[in-house]
Design a protein around this ligand. Structure first.
Ligand code: ES4
Ligand code: ZN
Length: 383
């Protein structure tokens, strides 16, 4: 009896100390990190529609469309996915599997399946890449693609409360003329296609050969981004060209910015956002995750608006963004404030038109409420 108040005091004292040393407690507790990373509202800004296709869904599309069945089982598709050795061989697999997407319904289903997965990972806003040339080149009409995507956008909003927009990527290993022609054909869908980007391997000629196409896209009112993949030959020159010639607002991947102080200063000064993708499962080499998560930390600490994204989770069998954020946090030993900053950055560099909240909270849209919520002090997160 006599010791009860003492024990109580001791308990309160321990709580207080653990409050003061919250960062250490947080850093060591993976369950807590995982819960926070999954729960914190996030925008996903670097996700390829085609790369979200899971082997199971690929087999369903092959059956639905009565295509020649090259693979009898999910395991056989997974085995084919293991052929990825580098970006070129990845794109070969990517093109092979995405060729099962044929109808408006297929585009709708693949986009919506991703949105369901993203919702379970705490994503409330998505800017989704898609590759128009990869579909038109095999005879699919751009109308078929867009009608499916727009239906997915409506369904994601009504059934999941998730806002979905699109970014059309032109392939860097195709001609600038092809990009220019596709750009003009995308104008009728500008309400849902917020911007254009560039993906596929960084062939000779990137970024210079796309200067005019990007100038035209800007003139048409599209926002601009481009992939600058990690550790490719001439990567720093590509980053400078992307900024100076293409005048991009964001760079997809962009982790080599950490290697060049002059480039880092330019990126910071212009507020260029980086959409990093720390894991690539099938293209992984020993130490790659550590290097990528470390670069995310360096850039975050340098004040660059960087966020974490999942890229091609279906075709790389890699992680979706909540799980990926948790692994990044553990690998780079990020603290709670840095984790929150990554989530905030995803909204800061998003191309949301509803960025500026109006004054009274009842006038805010749900997304505006989330952004306002994230911009409050850390304790308002209830963590
Ligand atoms: C891509 Cl990781 C990556 N890099 C370039 N292009 C791509 N398309 C899909 N994933
Ligand atoms: Zn990508």
């Amino acid at each position: 009896m006599k010791h009860k108040p003492l024990l109580l005091q001791l308990y309160v004292c321990m709580l207080f100390i653990s409050g003061l040393t919250g960062q250490q407690v947080w850093a060591r507790d993976s369950v807590r990190i995982k819960a926070f990373a999954l729960g914190v509202p996030k925008a996903e800004l670097h996700i390829h529609l085609e790369g979200t296709l899971e082997p199971e869904h690929y087999l369903k599309l092959v059956a639905d469309n009565e295509l020649e069945a090259k693979y009898a089982t999910v395991e056989a598709v997974q085995e084919r996915l293991l052929d990825q050795r580098d970006l070129n061989s990845f794109i070969e697999v990517y093109e092979e599997l995405l060729s099962a997407m044929r109808t408006e319904e297929d585009f709708y289903e693949v986009a919506l399946a991703y949105c369901r997965k993203a919702t379970s990972q705490g994503v409330v806003y998505v800017e989704m890449f898609f590759d128009p040339q990869m579909h038109t080149a095999r005879g699919i009409k751009i109308e078929t693609v867009m009608q499916g995507l727009i239906r997915a956008q409506t369904k994601a909003a009504t059934s999941l409360g998730l806002k979905l927009n699109f970014i059309a990527c032109f392939n860097r290993d195709r001609t600038a003329d092809s990009a220019a022609e596709h750009l003009e054909n995308l104008v009728p869908w500008q309400e849902v296609i917020l911007g254009v980007g560039l993906d596929n391997p960084e062939e000779i000629g990137f970024p210079t050969k796309f200067t005019e196409v990007f100038a035209r896209a800007r003139e048409l009112g599209f926002r601009l981004t481009t992939h600058c993949d990690v550790n490719v030959p001439n990567t720093l020159a590509h980053h400078y060209g992307a900024i100076d010639l293409l005048k991009v607002e964001r760079i997809d991947h962009g982790l080599n910015v950490a290697d060049d102080p002059a480039l880092l200063a330019i990126v910071k000064e212009r507020g260029i956002g980086l959409t990093a993708c720390p894991t690539l499962l099938y293209l992984d080499l020993p130490g790659r995750m550590e290097a990528r998560a470390g670069a995310v930390k360096t850039l975050l600490e340098a004040g660059i608006p960087i966020c974490v994204n999942s890229d091609d989770p279906g075709m790389m069998r890699s992680l979706y963004v909540g799980d990926l954020l948790a692994i990044t946090v553990e690998t780079a030993d990020l603290n709670r404030d840095q984790t929150l900053e990554l989530a905030r950055n995803s909204f800061r560099i998003a191309w949301l038109t509803e960025k500026k909240p109006r004054t009274t909270s009842h006038q805010l849209t749900p997304l505006q409420k989330i952004i306002r919520f994230l911009s409050k002090e850390k304790n308002d997160m209830g963590i």
